[in-house]
Design a binder for this molecule. Structure first.
Ligand code: ZN
Length: 212
């Protein structure tokens, strides 16, 4: 599926890019794509292009989890549809797969990491089939711009705090497995019944050229 269409410029000063809103899960990039380890750039002015990227991110996330029985796409960073801007979307209600609304965070930054460090499971739309037990802070404070360019701040605890750390990592070129690279007991896969099974670290993780 073609992700974008560049129209023929009418003259040298005029060009238009149209992003299709029917983005699908196939537009989500995955490891070993090296863009996932690049830092995204900050958004300056919130233009139509930025708004269209946000809509495309939402469409791709919904399409992804519609195709899965046991997983919900809770959040996405723009780099995951190969747009290297600091933009993150987080599902408003990730306990309900039928809720297709998202919060939008532009140029999100963690202003404070708080609480204790807790290990829990994470997966990623860009790391197919692998789950990891990742240490994260239990509380964070985040500052970002909304879709209208207005600054806002949120505090989050528990799973939502984990989501913010995972997604803001994406905007800085960090993938969750990078935090657990040296831990042979931290890697899992989801079986057909939706249960997590430990991976063979030596065989399936350590020397897997798709991951590192
Ligand atoms: Zn991810």
């Amino acid at each position: 599926m073609q992700a974008q269409l560049a129209l023929e410029p009418l003259d040298k000063n005029y060009s238009v890019t149209v992003y299709f809103l029917d983005m699908t899960k196939d537009d989500i990039i995955a490891l070993p794509n090296p863009h996932l380890r690049e830092k995204s750039k900050r958004v300056g002015v919130i233009t139509d292009e930025i708004r269209q990227i946000v809509e495309a991110m939402e469409a791709a996330t919904i399409d992804w989890d519609t195709s899965r029985d046991h997983e919900v796409g809770v959040a996405l960073a723009a780099v995951q549809i190969d747009k290297l801007y600091k933009i993150v979307i987080v599902r408003n209600n990730y306990d309900d797969k039928n809720d297709h609304t998202f919060m939008v965070f532009i140029n999100p930054e963690i202003t404070k990491l708080e609480g204790e460090v807790i290990e829990d499971f994470e997966g990623c739309l860009s790391v197919p089939s692998i789950y990891g037990k990742v240490p994260r802070h239990s509380k964070v404070r985040v500052k970002a711009l909304d879709i209208n360019g207005k600054e806002f701040r949120v505090s989050a605890e528990g799973f939502l705090a984990r989501i913010f750390q995972h997604e803001i990592d994406h905007t800085n070129g960090i993938v969750f497995i990078d935090h657990i690279k040296e831990n042979p007991e931290a890697f899992f896969r989801l079986d057909d019944e939706g249960k997590l099974q430990e991976l063979d670290y030596e065989k399936e993780v350590k020397n897997n050229a798709d991951l590192w």
